[in-house]
Design a protein around this ligand. Sequence first.
Ligand SMILES: [Zn+2]
Length: 538
Amino acid sequence: MTTILYLNGTIYTMDAAQPRAQAMAIDSTSGRILTVGDNDEVRRVGGRDTELVDLHGKTVLPGFIDAHIHLVETAYRRHYIDASGTRNQEDVANLVRQRAAQTPNGQWIQGGQWDKNLWPGQQFPTRASLDAAAPAHPVALWSKDGHLLWVNSLALQRAGITAATPDPANGAILRDSTGEPTGILQEDAATSLVYRVIDKRDPVLTRHLVHHIISDLQRSGITTIHDIESRESFSLFQQLRDEGQLGVRVEMILPRHMLPDLRAIGLHAGFGDDMLRFGGIKIFADGTLGSQTAAMLEGFEGNPNNKGILTLPEAEMKETVSAAAEMGISIAIHAIGDRAAHVALNSIEQAQRLLADSPSERTPKRLRYRLEHVQLITSEDLERMRRLGVVASVQPFHAVADRDIAERYWGKRHRHAYAYHTMQQMGIPLALGSDAPVETFDPLRILYAATLRNDTSTPRRPPWLPDQALPIAQALWDYTQGAAYAGAEEDHKGSLTVGKLGDAVVLREDIFSVPQEKMAENGVQATILGGKVVYGEV
Ligand SMILES: [Zn+2]
């Protein structure tokens, strides 16, 4: 066993019992922290097999924990058409035309990130422009938020979608005045009609792309992710873990529909090891703001009849949440609109009551209830979150990226949206994350958004709802301890404490003293996973 001694640092431990330290010792075999303290104390643990690392006064924090990411999707975004910078649907059609010229006829063209909210008129695009660009290829392009799919006629044909196809429950096929599908599919129930006929992904390509994205996470100082994806990702992570190639710790959050399988094998949250653990299930309560499918108590601004889409009926959600809770499986519920949050909390409240009444009366220690995004919520329901101990898993970059559409579609309600500071002051546990690939996963840009309520790319705009900015110490806590708590891993991660995993990030500058507007430029110097430097050098 080698003991690695990190000396001469400015260590912010995120452990209230010992907030600052100069040095730490980590056992490289277990990856766990042996001592935290000053240089002399830490030197004392050094034995024969000791490696010394001089931190040269640099700032050290616990490694960042991204509490909400879709990793394989993020990896693939680089491979597909990226329509994120487009200004109208013709721009997108041009990208498709170029790709079609290099793609054999009949093969799928995929990609996305288009955002109609940035285009003139904000109208939904239609299949006509894609048909003109790629008449011989089926085309499927998801929207920035992933809740819309824009397809061409050949894709509709492959999926068997015609004027006669009824709207699926909890989803929609947009149609023109004659009833023909326009090429826009809303929400999973509709988009899956196309996804299920798309060719399977090539596993060699997937590995290659994921390998790259893991390096990028390390470069960003991220040491753990809560990956919200499906079985295919879980299988790949298991394989990478076996080969010692995983490179980032993963807590896996699987889709709701897998609950019966999980029940069949009796798997509960926390099963796994330090590299890969099962974390819980994800339930969608609604859609998104950008697609105007978030479930609203009152209609969207200027469109009072549209109250969005509740993607799971309340009765079914209640049943699912209670079943999962009973099995000791944590539950993460995607809730963007205030009605979605309300219904989600109804379900959580009922599940907690059932658990409390059950004869075994044992609330599993590792069970967490979390609402993902919580972009709009009533003050009564915020109070309920606090009372029920529900974690707000939030992505501060959404606040600054969505500011214009929040004002447009929520009108004056936007003033109560993305209310992270209010949540913190009320005592609701917060966990920060990225929601990549929807937004960046760079923690320093996300911290900039959390603390300055602005986007690094638009520093001249006034901050958005600055009352809701988080103090830097709080934001860092939420990105480490808060996220570890959301994953029920606070015994292992989130602070530099004896016995926990030696996961840390070394920053070039002291994030507490560098001018705040320079925070995102303060690069990551090194990332340490289980005591070993996996990126950069110190
Ligand atoms: Zn997400």
